[in-house]
Ligand binder design. Sequence first.
Ligand code: PLP
Length: 356
Amino acid sequence: MRVHNFGAGPSTLPLDVLEEAREEFLDYQGSGMSVIEMSHRSPAYQELHAEVLATARRLVEAPEDVEVAIVQGGASLQFAMVPLNLLEPELTAGYAVTGTWAAKAMADASRVGPVYAAWDGTAEGFRRTPADDELVVHAGTRYLHITTNETIGGIRYPEWPRVAVPIVADMSSDFMVRPVDWGRVALVYGGVQKNLGPSGAALVFIHRDLLEATSELPNYLSYRWHVEHRSLGNTPPMFTIYVMGKVLARIEERGGVAALAEETRRKADLIYGAIDRSEGFYRSPVDPAHRSHTNVVFRLSDAELEARFVEEAARAGLVGLRGHRSVGGCRASLYAGLTFESVERLAEFMDEFARR
Ligand SMILES: *Cc1c(COP(=O)(O)O)cnc(C)c1O
């Protein structure tokens, strides 16, 4: 029996994607072999690969001068690749420290070059994202790095910040769930294992201008190399890309990023609704204007009751609700692959548990 999976990543995928992958697993489109057994230079794979890149570009409405790359190493390698490729001598980068992931991105960047905190929400306990006028951007700043959605803290930027420098964004947990404002953004990246497929890759969109500036780096660490080789410079994570292609095709069929953004907001409203009508039984620790649509974080009165909630929910087929081990509490991740019905089931369970 399949459960309702609210895990934060890797996370639930559409059932029909899994079924189709199973169907094709031993013999991909008459090739007589599995997609994980074939050469990445074979026509069958090349066609699939090109289609995935094209679909990804269409979905984020990438302008002509924005390139796409698929890179192994997840979002974590991007924490290093961004400054390695973008920071030049005499330049610095600002990081908006909104939670665990932003702090990790900044820590890695600081090993590459001079960076600074353009805002830091640590003392406030990461309950919100900064307003535009709170972001301090120094002279000589190459980019401002933001984390559009903090997966652990459960906060999101209500709008793309308006600043005088290009934005680089970690969109791991709201990739394809939020339209990208290309007028402000120079580069976005995200691990694909939250909204878009299995683990094994990051998807990166990057302005061509930034490739010109790329300094000499080992091939795999260079954006220019990935773009020039259409992400086929070496053996790509073929299974991840294959499954991601199916997920992206479904997102497109269902109306693309705008439709998914709206659906995700409706999913989030259901769970925040259950929190807000519980009269304090469930509490959201974040500023209401900054509530994440994809990671709903909530607390009960004490850790014992939280453990009981998670356990009884699991018995009812609702799994993955334990908060991140670093913060405790509960968290429901509402990614693209999760059905609306699963979210309704959770909201009903929350009402019923609170009543009891
Ligand atoms: C999950 C996550 C990461 C880490 O992703 P990996 O692909 O595991 O390296 C980074 N940033 C955010 C916002 C995340 O949600």
